[in-house]
Design a protein around this ligand. Sequence first.
Ligand code: SF4
Length: 315
Amino acid sequence: MSEVISVENIRKYYMAYKIGILDRLAGRKPVYVRAVDDVTLDINSGETMGLIGESGSGKTTLGKLLVTLEEPDSGKYIFMGREVNRSSISWVRDNVAMIFQNPYSSLNPRLTVKEIISEPLGHMDEKRVIEVMELVGLNYKEHGGKRPRELSGGQVQRVAVARAIAKKNAKFIVLDEPTSALDASLQAQVLNLLIDIKRKLGLTYLFITHNIAVAYYISDRVAIMYAGKVVEYGDKEEIFRNPAHPYTQSLMASIPTMNKKELQPPTGEVPSLINPPSGCRFHPRCPFAMDICKQKEPPLVQYGKRKVACWLHNQ
Ligand code: SF4
């Protein structure tokens, strides 16, 4: 399977607050939030890569980097065999789209559904709008002239999907918690719709979620993100059945199931991305932490059909 996405040591830091000339004169240094810190990942053509992690772990920033809504500070990004840089960025943008968690705030409330869907095309193409509306189960005559506030949550998320696939050459879509605002039955409908559209159009997805059951349902492979780092990624079955990284193990132990009597979520707090722990960022919460974990960051190494960054698996 060919790679659509390959990122190597990609990094994005945000300045926590602006420092002025007086701060500089006083010797104060800028403070950075290390949202994505040297992430390496590949995504294969036609697959859904589930990106799992707690809030504030850098998932959305990584998604934005991959659709070029953010520019990395460093690292290498290859999209469909071409390095992403200033000269290739508009071509990449033609091939990617992102769907956000809350379509009511991400779609322009003043535009009608048909205007929203045709926006990425740069002009009104009624034939294409009808085509994609049918694909997502909306009716042009019934819904085309409505505005987002006149639609239900499930319908408006379908509009967001139609907008993302309106460009005929869309190949790669980042879906940022697209079903977390929906109730269970609508969530299932939208998930099935996304699977169906991916198959029909030959798309590749990065599906961001903190819902592990949803990630298992929709993904082919999964990546686990912790404090700005991908700590484990690869084959879904292998990771869910036999998680290698202690953070992944604690995430799996926190999924409620019918026969579980007790849930064991990770103990302690998610670390600050301004001043993350040294070495392995999970070490203050890890029951297996060793001396080396506090001093040296574990590299991502092959372990079965997945990669993992943990000293337990890199002796
Ligand atoms: Fe735990 Fe050490 Fe592995 Fe980090 S590297 S997860 S602290 S055992």
